[in-house]
Design a protein around this ligand. Structure first.
Ligand code: NAD
Length: 261
């Protein structure tokens, strides 16, 4: 029996087959979850629908999380279709490309607001919209990156947004605890996706990451998917407000271990 048998999961942030959300979707399907998928806008529909089909998911809903009405509409649609929902995965991030290079002090007010709105507030907005239809024993999961706690050059405003996302994860964990719902984040190592392609210098950073991480292994979307299964399932029943690193151990290193180079 799959670890998510009998649970309904809504996954936000599927863009293509390289998306972390796709790793999560596949892992959840394997573990027997009933799935709903949401994507940002019309332009992505032709990529997302065939992926949904592959995992036998026929709930595919558009939701631009910068719009309150879209968030409310998707929650309503999910309520009509599923009644209750157990798992919500927020795999959404966005910053203007111009903000992901150079000095952080050059971040524009507009760019700051945009990154915070799409990458952080949307998690709060979705949590609120789904709160009335979440089952006890449920789980909310967000996707973060180490640039929230240490400086990752060029990551800039996204690092600040991820810090706010992790803080939001803790505040939401406290809010939802009495309802028996857990809220956790996964901090993934660098993975080549549409979103990460926008970060200047990502390729060389990716190589340095593999060299320095104790496991010397790149992280894949399937690794994040499997970690999400753990956080979504009853296997993590007493874990909430945490950031789970899926980064081949990179975050524990202070300096590179040149003796193993
Ligand atoms: P991705 O580009 O595949 O996913 C990002 C998603 O955000 C896309 O589906 C995009 O459509 C969606 N999105 C952007 N604006 C939106 C809006 N207004 N409304 C709804 N959706 C919107 O890239 P990814 O790397 O899979 O990113 C998923 C999450 O994982 C992000 O939060 C990202 O910051 C995080 N993350 C990525 C990495 C990495 O190296 N790729 C590492 C750690 C964390």
């Amino acid at each position: 029996m799959g670890l998510l048998e009998g649970k309904t999961a809504l996954i936000f942030g599927l863009a293509n087959n390289r998306s972390i959300a796709w790793g999560v979707t596949q892992a959840f399907a394997r573990e027997g979850a009933t799935l709903g998928i949401s994507y940002a806008g019309e332009a992505l529909k032709r990529r997302v629908e065939p992926l949904a089909e592959k995992v036998g998911c026929d709930f595919v809903a558009e939701c631009d999380v910068s719009k309150d009405e879209d968030i409310e509409a998707v929650a309503k649609k999910a309520a009509e279709r599923f009644g209750k929902v157990d798992i919500l995965v927020h795999s959404i991030g966005f910053a203007d490309r111009n903000e992901l290079q150079g000095e952080y002090y050059n971040t524009s007010r507009k760019g700051f607001h945009l990154a915070m709105d799409i990458s952080v507030y949307s998690f709060v907005g979705l949590a609120r919209a789904f709160q009335p239809i979440l089952n006890p024993g449920g789980a909310l999961i967000s996707m973060t990156y180490y640039g929230s706690v240490k400086v990752a050059p060029n990551y800039n405003v996204m690092g600040v947004a991820k810090a706010a996302l992790e803080a939001s994860t803790r505040y939401l964990a406290n809010d939802f605890g009495p309802q028996g719902i857990r809220v956790n984040a996964i901090s993934a190592g660098p993975i080549r996706t549409l979103a990460s392609a926008g970060v200047s210098g990502f390729k060389s950073m990716h190589k340095a990451f593999v060299d320095m991480a104790p496991l010397h292994q790149p992280v894949g979307i399937e690794d994040v998917g499997n970690a999400a299964v753990f956080l979504a399932s009853d296997m993590s029943a007493r874990t909430t407000g945490e950031v789970l690193y899926v980064d081949s151990g990179y975050n524990i290193m202070g300096v590179p271990d040149v003796s193993k180079g």
